[in-house]
Design a protein around this ligand. Structure first.
Ligand code: SAM
Length: 308
């Protein structure tokens, strides 16, 4: 996991209280840690990291209402919500399901970037790009077309693992990602003609109609609550006959839920409906997992859809 985000309070004494509290938290003395964090927030009421950590500890202690209050204070202290307090509030059922704060995603992956590939590929057995590759080949085979594409867009491109997998299939890659550090890594692959640090929906909106033959999103839709707007933009930027291929995490029911791992899981009926409502035609649908968690495959889907 990436290093924990810390936003200084600007008050040395409060920051020191926070450090001690973290030590105590890691040693399992949650009550003493909560006490120190409460002191830190008294000294520095706008101390987002202390409020957020206090929220986590209150929750572990079973103090739901106090946890909610602390997470709300963390949101007020950092309106961009780099810690993702709103996600904790969603998990606690105190806020309805909504989009992930962009600043949280950016902070998470900026911290993750240096060890991302080792953590994902080696530790979690990540296989998203390989699954997309198989799905795209199968979709092309089914319509008797070669799997070569002039222009591809890689949504949530990260360090460039999908472009690496598709390198021989694609002439020109555009990578879009919220995290500047992940984009720096992607640039080092030399595989992208263009890289944009932006939200994937915004990035797609900046592309002309019918300007891409293939759109990929490997392990990126798990950070979107609502797949509809992105799939609609994907349809607009694809040429007729173009493909979109993406992985998703899923669950037994319908609709969208936020998992404990702070990634959205999309029910299969919801994903099918989103593809249909975007005006795309489902070409491949497989129940396959892109990664493991606790040494078990996370339930997943691999989807390929076409624009007619
Ligand atoms: C788990 S990584 C996967 C990276 C890459 N696709 C791969 O297969 O290795 C998810 C990436 O999606 C990016 N991301 C998440 N939400 C995003 C959004 N709304 N717009 C653009 N990028 C996003 C993150 O910054 C991160 O780099």
């Amino acid at each position: 996991m990436p290093a924990r985000l810390f936003l200084s309070s600007g008050d040395l004494v409060a920051d020191r209280r926070f450090d001690f509290a973290r030590d105590l938290q890691l040693k399992g003395d949650l009550v003493a840690a909560a006490d120190l964090l409460a002191q830190a927030t008294e000294l520095a009421p706008g101390f987002a990291s202390a409020w957020f950590t206090l929220g986590e500890i209150r929750e572990r202690l079973g103090e739901r209402e106090a946890a909610i209050e602390a997470f709300r204070k963390a949101q007020v202290a950092d309106p961009e919500d780099r810690h993702g307090a709103s996600l904790q509030l969603m998990l606690l059922g105190a806020e309805r399901l909504s989009a992930m704060p962009q600043a949280y995603v950016r902070a998470l992956f900026d911290q993750y970037a240096p060890k991302f590939e080792a953590a994902l590929v080696d530790d979690l057995g990540y296989r998203g790009p390989a699954l997309l590759f198989k799905g795209v080949l199968a979709a092309r085979r089914a319509v008797r077309k070669p799997a070569f594409f002039k222009r591809a867009i890689d949504l949530g491109c990260g360090t460039g693992l999908a472009a690496t997998t598709f390198a021989k299939q694609v002439d020109h890659f555009i990578g879009i990602d919220l995290s500047p550090r992940m984009i720096e890594k992607a640039r080092l692959t030399g595989l992208y003609g263009r890289l944009e640090v932006t939200d994937m929906l915004e990035g797609l909106r900046g592309r002309p109609d019918a300007s891409a033959d293939l759109v990929l999103a490997a392990d990126a839709m798990v950070y979107l609550a609502d797949l509809g707007p992105v799939l609609q933009e994907v349809k607009r930027v694809l040429v007729p006959g173009g493909l979109v291929a993406f992985t998703a995490e899923t669950h037994g029911g319908d609709g969208v839920i936020l998992g404990e791992g702070l990634r959205y899981a999309h029910g299969a009926p919801y994903v099918r409906a989103s593809i249909r409502e975007a005006g795309l035609i489902l070409a491949q649908f497989e129940e396959l997992s892109a990664r493991n968690e606790d040494n078990a495959p996370v339930p997943g889907l691999v989807l390929v859809a076409a624009k007619t």
